[in-house]
Design a protein around this ligand. Sequence first.
Ligand SMILES: Cc1cc2nc3c(=O)[nH]c(=O)nc-3n(C[C@H](O)[C@H](O)[C@H](O)COP(=O)(O)OP(=O)(O)OC[C@H]3O[C@@H](n4cnc5c(N)ncnc54)[C@H](O)[C@@H]3O)c2cc1C
Length: 460
Amino acid sequence: MTNKTIVEKFAKELEGQLILPGDDAYDEGRRVWNGLYDKHPAGIVRCRKPSEVIAAVNFAREHKLVLSVRGGGHDYAGNSVCNDGLVIDLSLMNKVEVDPEKKTARVEGGATLGQFDAVAQEHGLATTTATVSSVGIGGSTLGGGSGYLLRKHGLTLDNLLSVEIITADGNLITAGKGENEDLFWAIRGGGGNFGVVTSFIFQLHNVGPKVLSFQAYFPYEHSKEILQFYREFMKSAPEEIQCYAFFLNTPPVEPFPEEYHGKTTCALIGCYAGNIKEGETAFKPLEEFGDPFVKVFQPVPYTEIQKSFDPGMPKGLRWYTKAHYLKELNDSTIDILQEFTDPLPGPFTTAYLEPMGGEVNKKDSSATAFPHREAAYSLHIFPGWENPEDDNQNIHWAKTFHKALEKETLGGVYVNLLSHDEKDRIKAAYGINYERMVRIKKKWDPENLFRMNQNIEPKN
Ligand SMILES: Cc1cc2nc3c(=O)[nH]c(=O)nc-3n(C[C@H](O)[C@H](O)[C@H](O)COP(=O)(O)OP(=O)(O)OC[C@H]3O[C@@H](n4cnc5c(N)ncnc54)[C@H](O)[C@@H]3O)c2cc1C
């Protein structure tokens, strides 16, 4: 019997929606954010409630099918879809409920960050989430979750209080303080290795409704002094400030002057998530620095700043990713950044620095499964292009750039920034916590049912 026939049988058992090859919804259902991947699952289960997830987990286990779990579908490595197996699609499980008294939110496992932020902001609340609104809360939280609030409030997973999770044996359990604590530790950094999270409970904080947005775009030739100034600025910046340093192609739109359209620019893009007046003072040194050709410095709704990178990262293009953690931003790193960023290979290509520090670095590296608490920056090399014929050129650029930086880095990498061809770096992503994660994997998923992820194999 083929897997297709096996999965067709499942249609008779399942209450929910099962999408099969040939169905109208199939092509849209198997498509993910990264157009580099074109996988053909035997079926896609669009779950509406935990009982349907349990049925799919049990069916896949009993029939030895490859199983993948899709939250927001933004995995750079394309792991939330599979070939010839079963996909659990959580996108209909996207409810967000806020308890304004306790300042907590219950977020279903398939919600997007935009859905989460929108409901939390109705109460003037938020917690750290990643910076593109269509990213899923599932994958981003389970790997880490960095964004504008990271230095003030830690990673998304640092704000996680508990989860409801369906484990490989098909049981729905709670993991949190005092309940299945080993599992709770492991899911905070271990990705989808340990089960399907159907809901998360998060601690929220007072944020917004407006935050101070800062953007400055500089002519490329000044990038060395800009990055040197930026590195000193970030060393003493208050935790309310998060500020990214980007190399990108200047968009060919207003308000960018025509002479810069399509040329590489070095841009500082940040936010002060606190009192606006205090933010103006804190940002002043950056605001007064250099001679940017575009500068925007104004209060904006928090929900808006959380969508500001959306247009630059559209669904369906081809994307590749390479990343490093840096202990510092030294001059030789800046020189290598300059060497590789003019020109950038694809129209949507960027390379950027995300400062860590603040709350995220206060925890011990083994407090949660996410280990990279000592890094000063996460560096992301991120080509984006349209034409399959350009695959090799873009991927080669990213790999060469990445290799050139190797000796300047800490050797670790953010698990959510790993690509599909980086199996040899999985241990570096889990770092000092890897062996403990293997032991927990052996206990909760000894047969490795959940392996469509940056996989921790349940063996030594
Ligand atoms: C445009 C873009 C911008 C990004 N920006 C940031 C950023 O600012 N900060 C940051 O930290 N990261 C960022 N990321 C990386 C992002 O955190 C990861 O790609 C993340 O895995 C996406 O989660 P998802 O649910 O959308 O992905 P999916 O592809 O659905 O899932 C990713 C992995 O998580 C597993 N998974 C998803 N949901 C669940 C669940 N509920 N239970 C169990 N397993 C689950 C999947 O099986 C898969 O292995 C960005 C990614 C993209 C594409």
